[in-house]
Design a protein around this ligand. Structure first.
Ligand SMILES: CC(C)(COP(=O)(O)OP(=O)(O)OC[C@H]1O[C@@H](n2cnc3c(N)ncnc32)[C@H](O)[C@@H]1OP(=O)(O)O)[C@@H](O)C(=O)NCCC(=O)NCCS
Length: 197
């Protein structure tokens, strides 16, 4: 499906387990303050896999610049006014890596294990597919065992371990795990079929 047609289907509601509902929207600049507040509310552990420090305003502004110039497409989930999580796919301009996308998914601690991560990932897969991406990559620190388990369940496999690649705020080095997903199977392998798609 054409990317514009796919994005025109938002916003859409998604049910959470065991109950509750969030609304997923295509992220735009009106979400800036919500993204910043969400990032600042997360434990540091959940931000270390990012290449940049999302608690800084300038970094969030760069994210929205990337959305505006088409290199990043992001979804954000709200329950009322509360931010429940986001998923994003980022591409690079270089011709030789233009089919590779980096995805980042972050679900607020109180919304985890309720199916939101799977749902957001399935939707970002559909977007990645519409963008013509062939391979997706997701990074996390080696001690984010839960996130690695979740991404395995979503069909990703570990492809590289980068020793001492990340340093936390106390100066402690952490290894980074790079997990990848080849897009042949498309979203049906990653997520449950989504209602309304
Ligand atoms: C990784 C993350 C996005 C998962 O989100 P979530 O909403 O909790 O995930 P879901 O509830 O949709 O679960 C997805 C699958 O992973 C499994 N899973 C989730 N958390 C798990 C855990 N801690 N241990 C083992 N499996 C887990 C679920 O059972 C589910 O599989 P199933 O549907 O086949 O049963 C979330 O934990 C998170 O935001 N972590 C911090 C940020 C991060 O590290 N992101 C990864 C880098 S991109």
């Amino acid at each position: 499906m054409d990317i514009d047609e796919l994005l025109s289907r938002y916003p859409r509601d998604v049910d959470l387990k065991p109950d509750g509902k969030v609304t997923i929207r295509v992220m735009d600049r009106s979400d800036r303050d919500a993204v910043l507040a969400f990032a600042r509310s997360l434990p540091e552990e959940d931000l270390l896999f990012l290449r940049t420090d999302l608690t800084e305003e300038s970094v969030v502004d760069e994210w929205f610049d990337a959305i505006d110039n088409g290199l990043t497409t992001s979804l954000i989930a709200y329950e009322g006014d509360a931010t429940a999580g986001y998923a994003t796919v980022h591409r690079t301009k270089a011709r030789w890596t233009r089919r590779v996308g980096e995805i980042r998914v972050n679900v607020g601690p109180e919304y985890r294990s309720r199916g939101l991560g799977r749902n957001l990932t399935a939707q970002i897969f559909d977007i990645a597919n519409a963008l013509g991406l062939m391979k997706l990559m997701a990074n996390m620190t080696a001690d984010q065992i839960g996130a690695q388990a979740a991404f395995r369940r979503l069909g990703f496999t570990p492809e590289a371990m980068l020793g001492d690649f990340v340093e936390d705020r106390d100066g402690r080095p952490r290894d980074l795990v790079m997990m990848t997903y080849d897009m042949d199977g498309l979203s049906s392998q990653a997520g449950e079929p989504l209602r309304g798609l």
